[in-house]
Design a protein around this ligand. Sequence first.
Ligand SMILES: Cc1cc2nc3c(=O)[nH]c(=O)nc-3n(C[C@H](O)[C@H](O)[C@H](O)COP(=O)(O)O)c2cc1C
Length: 320
Amino acid sequence: MENTDIKIILAPLQGFTDITFRNVFADHFAGVDEAMAPFIPTMGKKKLKLARLKDVAPENNKKLSTIPQILGNNAEDFIFLAGCLHDMGHKKINWNLGCPHSKVANKNRGSGLLMHPKRIDAFLNTVLSKISNRLSVKIRLGRISKNEIHELLPIFDKYPLDEIILHPRTGIQMYEGAPDHSAFGEALLLSRHTFVYNGDIKDLVSFYELRKKFPDIRDFMIGRGLLSNPFLAEAIKGIPSKGNKTARLKNFHDDLFLGYQKIYSGPAHLIGRMKGFWSYFGPSFRKKEKSLKNIMKSESINRYKDISADFFSPESEFLY
Ligand SMILES: Cc1cc2nc3c(=O)[nH]c(=O)nc-3n(C[C@H](O)[C@H](O)[C@H](O)COP(=O)(O)O)c2cc1C
């Protein structure tokens, strides 16, 4: 099946799907239509760090069109940052209402704000009349209870949101337990907005299960599934794989390494970044548990290169 009517969006994963990853990914794999960048925290005028905006500079994101995401609860700072992004050329931006980490949520940001529907209402009321970008929201079912969404959806209905990206877990669930598909289905019925499904699409089976349950959903956001299996979007779209899979993975890995080598001066940072990538990518190789452990222990670039090469030998078996 070709699924040409489906849009696949690379999810924002702070520390993983930065501009280097997105560009290298787009050089090697097809099927992903768009990316959402990891969140940029709101910064007042005085605290604006241009380096934080570099990740979403449109001129450097031509290979994969990228939507910036803002995390924060201060309307004034949000409007300021949205304005900077608009000046850069971003007509669409996203508001992060899903981050589950207590450091963020305890300050009523990310999923922490979901328990405060009146604050969300006031925020949207202020912000939407003052920004020129179109706004989407990325949410969970609630912070503590999945019923929180019932109070939120009528609020979202009052505003011209671009879309709602829903990851059907609560904030306190973090990434535990199964995404609640029936709660996602209920939300669809209770809202006038267009929804994007996000959560645990890791293979064709999980994708088709969702397609069957939600035939009207056209947009799917995938994060960890694409890190584990970079071929996933091609598989979903029915794009034939060009060339030997292991060779393609090796070329992708090598370019990612080179890309990070240009950014990180010391080996610790570089290897640290690659270890993060391997934490999702490594388990997708059959019988490579020991090599993966060794990668995670590696400290020198030579050692890292030796061990990683083992994953791309002709005998190596990628599970997907
Ligand atoms: C390491 C990590 C970093 C993340 N960073 C962000 C982020 O910056 N912004 C955001 O909205 N979601 C973030 N998420 C959540 C993902 O975008 C996504 O909603 C979640 O991983 C579920 O989708 P998946 O199962 O396809 O990965 C992050 C998740 C992980 C695991």
